[in-house]
Design a protein around this ligand. Structure first.
Ligand code: ATP
Length: 233
């Protein structure tokens, strides 16, 4: 579904992604783990067209999407749920969800909104509430709900568990698994490597802009290098 080959991304003189290659197959949860500043958010921003690699290719659903622009990429079904949620604080929950569908022209928007309310009953109870007054966990659910309103084929999630209480972290990972089981492919960026590896099929480890390890999530979770560097062992 997604095939990234040898991309190089720069911020001015800073070489943030170095010959990064990765693949996500339809139906998978793939996780990208790595320390602060490794380049995880940069990779997601590049996939969604906010940054353009200097070299390399990004194929999505058989098409080269490098440089085609962020809104065309959203329309093709690759949707980014950014780090820090980025909800519209002065708008209601419902208006935020509607914005997630702003590029869609089909007639199923209302039906999808109902599906999101059934997946996140707390959002339904609060549909008229200003989004900025939601709790952190509710805001994360809204950010995921808004991304789902774009009808993703591939959902990019950047640090969905960040800043949440442990019980909510569990809930968010369960929700990600359910979203995947109902047919959405997921690329998940996480600092919580332990939880991410538990729900993922495959994983990549990014270190200072380079992929240094990849494989089945169950193999990586058992690897001494990963345990030492990312699982606090
Ligand atoms: P974190 O988990 O802390 O968000 P990350 O793995 O997502 O880390 P990135 O945010 O992708 O890392 O950053 C990768 C590198 O690129 C870092 O060295 C960072 O300082 C640099 N960087 C990120 N954004 C910019 C920017 N807008 N201008 C210049 N350098 C940047």
């Amino acid at each position: 579904m997604l095939k990234v080959e040898k991309i190089n991304v720069y911020y001015g003189a800073i070489h943030a992604l170095k010959d990064v290659s990765l693949q996500v197959n339809e139906g998978e949860i793939v996780t990208l783990i790595g320390a602060n500043g490794a380049g995880k958010s940069t990779l997601l921003k590049t996939l969604s067209g906010l940054l353009v690699p200097k070299t390399g290719t990004i194929m999505f659903m058989g098409k080269n999407i490098r440089g085609i622009g962020a809104s065309t990429i959203v329309k093709s079904g690759l949707i980014h749920c950014p780090e820090g949620r980025r909800i519209f604080a002065n708008m209601s929950v419902e208006e935020n969800l509607e914005l997630g569908a702003y590029l869609r022209k089909d007639r199923e928007i209302k039906k999808d909104m109902d599906l999101i309310y059934s997946r996140f009953p707390r959002l339904k109870e609060r549909k008229k509430q200003q989004a900025g007054t939601l709790s952190g966990g509710e805001q994360q659910m809204l950010a995921i709900g808004r991304a789902l309103m774009g009808k993703p084929k591939l959902l990019l999630l950047d640090e969905p568990s960040m800043g949440l209480a442990p019980i909510l972290v569990q809930e968010i990972f369960k929700i990600i698994q359910e979203i995947n089981q109902s047919g959405t492919t997921v690329l998940l960026v996480e600092q919580n490597a332990n939880q991410a590896l538990k729900i993922a099929h495959r994983a990549y480890v990014l270190e200072t802009g380079k992929i240094v390890l990849s494989g089945n999530a169950s193999d990586l979770i058992a690897s001494d290098d990963v345990k030492r560097a990312y699982l606090g062992a």
